[in-house]
Design a protein around this ligand. Sequence first.
Ligand code: ADP
Ligand code: ADP
Length: 227
Amino acid sequence: MISFHQVNKHYGNFHVLKNIDLHINQGEVVVVIGPSGSGKSTMVRCINRLETVTSGELLVDGVKVNDKNTDINKLRRNIGMVFQHFNLYPHKTVLENITLAPIKVLGVSQKEAEETALYYLEKVGIPDKVDKFPTQLSGGQQQRVAIARGLAMRPKIMLFDEPTSALDPETIGEVLDVMKKLAKEGMTMVVVTHEMGFAREVADRIVFMDQGRILEEATPKEFFENP
Ligand code: ADP
Ligand code: ADP
């Protein structure tokens, strides 16, 4: 589903990704860990071309991400992304936040978009917040709206970049539970996180990065039990 072949990326003179080889299958949950500044976020953002790679090849669902003929909007439709800061529209309700892209980008009817939004709000456990504004919600609730918004595009892949790092400790669990549920349902997921409990329990594979390189790829069992 996602294939990095010898991918490098530079920011000017700074070599941020070094010969990345990574192959992620459909339905796999890959958790990316490593020190701050090691390139985790950059690597994940290359997948939906929020960042462009400098060399090497990156394939997502058979599409060459960095080919100039690739339709980026089409690529991104298949990839939901959840950020550390929820990036919700503050002046739109929860319902509007979730229905906007399906109506604009997928061209579905208002009615269908609203039904879909409610379906995913149920899934993330906050159907009662449908008419609230983001500022009326806790961080954990806002992040669950962000996840519902991603899912409403019916993506094949969900990317999570430190989805719980900005949350109060007491709301982290509710977001991780939603992610756990998605993983069980077979969503292909790439998750940058410092939540080792989640990594141990949910990941099919753990990728450890340091200074722009993948230093280790292992199952949670291998990773946590072999020092
Ligand atoms: P991580 O997610 O592991 O914390 P990042 O991918 O965010 O790492 O960043 C890796 C390195 O690249 C950091 O040193 C960061 O400062 C640098 N970096 C990230 N984005 C940019 C940018 N747009 N321009 C220059 N340097 C950047
Ligand atoms: P977050 O922790 O929310 O991912 P970051 O602080 O890593 O946020 O980065 C926020 C934005 O700043 C990103 O778009 C990243 O690419 C950019 N950025 C990070 N480090 C640098 C840097 N050294 N120079 C320029 N841009 C950077």
